[in-house]
Design a protein around this ligand. Structure first.
Ligand SMILES: Cc1cc2nc3c(=O)[nH]c(=O)nc-3n(C[C@H](O)[C@H](O)[C@H](O)COP(=O)(O)OP(=O)(O)OC[C@H]3O[C@@H](n4cnc5c(N)ncnc54)[C@H](O)[C@@H]3O)c2cc1C
Length: 159
């Protein structure tokens, strides 16, 4: 009996179940080339379509920080970081993401990192390849307009 108990103590125990990457809304953020990541400062259902539009123009999708999952705006499968997904996109754009260490460990492998933040001292701004300092509500519409123009010009040059 004692031997059995000792053997049992050596067996691995299930301590938690983590949903598969494609569960939830069916999108696997670990496989996309461009990721627009929503932070707490941009956690607003009214403005989410604008961020989705930016992601779509870049051929990517939306991810988020844990605080956005906690708020209920996006599902856990979209969470980047230590207790979420590790992502390695070609382009990561953090929109109003502060860049807490638990977030950074999940995205530092991205090829190019862009931070949009009002706070130039935010950790994500410090490690970003490019930082756009200001209110995302002013910056993102300008990015979308610029991308739309470039796409239009590119299509025009192909005719
Ligand atoms: C055990 C543990 C595990 C964790 N795991 C994870 C994890 O996997 N992933 C994760 O993300 N977090 C994780 N966290 C939480 C983490 O510590 C942070 O709390 C979280 O990442 C912060 O999210 P945030 O950057 O969206 O929000 P905040 O830290 O609140 O940052 C919001 C940012 O938005 C900026 N901002 C506000 N308004 C605007 C605006 N109008 N325009 C532009 N910028 C604006 C602010 O300057 C600020 O930098 C974990 C924490 C613990 C303790």
């Amino acid at each position: 009996m004692k031997a059995w108990r000792e053997l049992y103590a050596l067996l691995p125990r299930v301590i938690d179940f983590i949903p598969r990457a494609t569960e939830g809304d069916g999108v696997d953020i670990t496989r996309v080339l461009a990721l627009v990541v929503v932070g707490k400062g941009a956690c607003d259902a009214k403005n989410l379509p604008m961020l989705e539009e930016l992601a779509k123009l870049l051929g990517g999708t939306i991810g988020c920080s844990r605080r956005v999952v906690e708020s209920g705006l996006l599902p856990y499968t979209r969470q980047v970081g230590q207790t979420g997904r590790t992502v390695v996109p070609k382009l990561y754009i953090g929109v109003a993401v502060s860049g807490a260490v638990q977030h950074l460990v999940g995205m530092q492998g991205a090829d190019k990192i862009i931070a949009i933040n009002t706070d130039r001292q935010a950790p994500l701004v410090q490690i970003a390849d490019y930082a756009l300092i200001g209110d995302y509500l002013e910056i993102v519409p300008r990015l979308i307009k610029g991308l739309e123009e470039r796409i239009k010009n590119f299509k025009g040059s192909k005719k």
